[in-house]
Design a protein around this ligand. Sequence first.
Ligand code: FAD
Length: 322
Amino acid sequence: MPSCIVIGAGMTGLTAATLLHRHAWQVTVLDKGRGVGGRLATRRLSSSRADHGAQYFTARTPEFQQHIADWQQAGIVKEWNLISTPTTDITFQHPRYIGIEGMNSIAKYMAQNLSVLTNEKVIRLTKSEAEWIVNTENGNTYTANRIILTMPVPQALDLLAHSDIALSPEHHLALASIQYAPCIAVMASLYNNSSIPSPGVLKFDGGAIAWVADNFQKGITSHPSITIHASPDFSRQNLEADLDNVGKELIAMLEQWIAPSFIETIQVHRWRYSLAEKRYAAPYLALDISGSLLIGGDSFGMGNVEGAFQSGFQMAQFLFKK
Ligand SMILES: Cc1cc2nc3c(=O)[nH]c(=O)nc-3n(C[C@H](O)[C@H](O)[C@H](O)COP(=O)(O)OP(=O)(O)OC[C@H]3O[C@@H](n4cnc5c(N)ncnc54)[C@H](O)[C@@H]3O)c2cc1C
C-alpha cells in the first residue's frame, strides 16, 4: 500500500491527506500545534469566539466549490455576505465563505477521519533506500514512501537544512524568494456589541490597522467579540514589541466603534507568516527526481485558503500518477 507522511495539518495538508486517504493510501499527518488548522485559527476568549487567522475564503475553482458544497451540506460552512460592505475592494463582489463555528471548525471536520497526530514537531527527514524516515522533537519516528511538506516555506527550509537535504540551486533560489507578510492579530471579547456597521467589517488602507471583524455579526459567536488585523507595515515594525501594549494601542484606535468600557478581555497573536506576498507560480514543487518529496502550501500557486486547497489537491493528483 502506498504511504505518505503529510507535515502540517492546515488546509494544504488536510486536503492532500483527505484525497490520499480516499484512494486507500496509508496517510499520517503530523503537526507541531496543539490542534489542527494552522492559520485556519479560532480562539475562545471568556464566553466568546474569534477567528484570528484567515477571516473567510473565496471559491473560484470548481474542485473547491464542490468541497464547499459538501461542507455546506454538512453544516460546517456558510456564505458571509460582504457585498454591502462599504469598500472600494471589488473582490468583495464574489461570495465569501466562513466556518459556521469559526474557521478552525473546517479543519477539525476535515481531520476527523484521518490519522492526525498533533504536538509532533518534525525535526529531521532522512531518505533510506526504501523509504523516508521522519523524526519528531518528541523522539518518535515515522516512515513512509512519500513526504509532503506544507509549513510556511522559511520553516520548511530550516527543516531541510537540519536534515542535510541538499536542494538544487534552482529550487533553493525559488524557495528562498517566497515571502510572507507578518500580522499582529488582536482579539477582544466585549460586554456590549460594537457599533461597527452591518455586515460587521472595517477595512482601512494605510495606517496601523488593515481589518476589523465583528465576530458577533459574522455569526460565529453568541457573545460579542472583535478581531483586529494590524497592517503588514505596522506588524513588521512591532513584531518583537510587547504584544499586550500593542493590542491596547490598536484597540484604542477604534474608540469610535468600541467604547473602552466595552472591553472584557484582550488576547494578541503574532503571525510571523500570514499572507504569502511573493509566491512560487506552480501549486507545488517536487524536490527530488523521483517525486517522493513534495513541498506545497499557500505560497504556491494562487495563494490564500483556496490556493492552499489547490496546492494540496494538486499534490495528491501528482502522487496518484506516480
Ligand atoms: C492573519 C491572517 C489573515 C488571513 N486572512 C485570510 C483570508 O481572509 N482569506 C484567505 O483565504 N486566507 C487568509 N489567510 C491565509 C490563510 O490562512 C492561509 O493561506 C492558509 O490557511 C494556509 O494553509 P496551509 O495549510 O498552507 O498552511 P498553515 O495553515 O500554516 O499550516 C501549516 C501547518 O504546519 C505546521 N507545522 C509547521 N512546522 C512544522 C513542523 N516542523 N512539524 C510539524 N508541523 C509543522 C503548523 O503548525 C501548521 O499547522 C490569512 C492568514 C493569516 C495568518
